[in-house]
Design a protein around this ligand. Structure first.
Ligand SMILES: NC(=O)c1ccc[n+]([C@@H]2O[C@H](COP(=O)([O-])OP(=O)(O)OC[C@H]3O[C@@H](n4cnc5c(N)ncnc54)[C@H](O)[C@@H]3O)[C@@H](O)[C@H]2O)c1
Length: 300
């Protein structure tokens, strides 16, 4: 067993399957003690079972590692508290939280029902808050810790997943806020935007998507949890196959000024001075639509 995370206590939500499971196995293989937190639901959040978390714990134990299963719902404060406190009660500390749990309820905005919005926001965005909140309180006292959120390239916009995109954008802002707010206590926060072959990505057309495996995402998570990343905070990283990329920090790019208050007419007359930033996604969708009508395959 390698020792990149030797003796660290790490909580991973959504660790019963997909990318979370790959992260849990990799962290345990690097010497971390792992809370495998998962309620074992279907893709849309239905039919919970504790079996998936227990199965991953067994895999870790069979490989000589240490782990404990917690079948708690990350979208509740009580669930988040019990997940975090399982690590603290067992191992006396919490060095890392990796918030991977997620569900999908795809729908065009004009057809989306309130429960489709609420369930996705609750699982992803609140599901980060519940574990980050309780872990941050412990990490602040410890004066160390690494929080890792799971976002998606979809945070930049999504055609049929406005709920998911909004949650993933919220996670980026939550991670940045945690990085800023906890920096003075020695606690770090970063986000990973993965692309990997799981049940969640099964409906993405393969010819359009850059694709990798869950095991390709895990090494970046291990690195961000480790002391080697002690100066890395407030970042968003894409991880897909053999590619890791860093996202920019949001900044204003152009401005225009006037003495006093603008009128709408003055804005209209000078609007080109600020103009618009191109939305690549709209260009890309146009490209795909044109390719579909002409029968050509668009460039991936
Ligand atoms: N697979 C991809 O290509 C991809 C792309 C972008 C982002 N992501 C993100 O990565 C993360 C992992 O995705 P995945 O593909 O491994 O998904 P997955 O569906 O394989 O696994 C998600 C896990 O979360 C668990 N879960 C769901 N709701 C929960 C809750 N309320 N409490 C506790 N556990 C719960 C599920 O039981 C499941 O085991 C998600 O946040 C997803 O949005 C994945």
């Amino acid at each position: 067993m390698a020792g990149y995370l030797r003796d660290k206590a790490v909580v991973i939500t959504g660790a019963g399957g997909g990318i979370g499971r790959a992260c849990a196995l990799a962290c345990a293989a690097e010497g971390a003690k792992v809370v495998v937190a998962d309620i074992g639901v279907g893709l849309a959040g239905e039919d919970p079972t504790s079996e998936v978390a227990e199965a991953v714990v067994k895999e870790i134990e069979d490989a000589g590692g240490e782990a404990v299963a917690v079948a708690e719902d990350v979208s509740t404060m009580a669930g988040g508290e019990r997940i975090v406190h399982t690590a603290v009660e067992r191992w006396g500390r919490i060095d890392g939280v990796v918030a991977v749990a997620g569900i999908l309820r795809e729908r065009m905005l004009f057809n989306m029902a309130e429960d489709e919005w609420d369930a996705v926001i609750a699982t992803h965005l609140k599901g980060h808050f519940t574990v980050f909140r309780h872990a941050a309180a412990v990490m602040r006292k410890q004066e160390s810790g690494s929080l890792i959120g799971f976002t998606s390239g979809a945070f930049a916009g999504s055609v049929a997943q406005a709920n998911y995109s909004a949650a993933k954008g919220g996670i980026v802002s939550l991670v940045r806020s945690a990085a800023v707010g906890l920096h003075r206590y020695g606690v770090r926060a970063n986000a990973v935007a993965p692309v990997a072959r799981t049940r969640m990505s099964a409906n993405v057309p393969m010819e359009l998507a850059e694709m990798g495996e869950p095991e390709d995402v895990a090494p970046l998570v291990v690195y961000l949890l480790s002391d080697a990343a002690k100066d890395v905070t407030g970042q968003v990283y894409t991880a897909v196959g053999g590619r890791i990329a860093v996202w920019n920090q949001p900044v204003e790019v152009r401005e225009m000024r006037i003495d006093g208050r603008w009128t709408p007419e003055q804005i209209a007359a000078r609007f080109d001075e600020v103009g618009q930033e191109r939305m690549g996604l709209i260009d890309r969708l146009e490209q795909i639509r044109k390719a579909a009508t002409s029968g050509d395959k668009p460039n991936a």
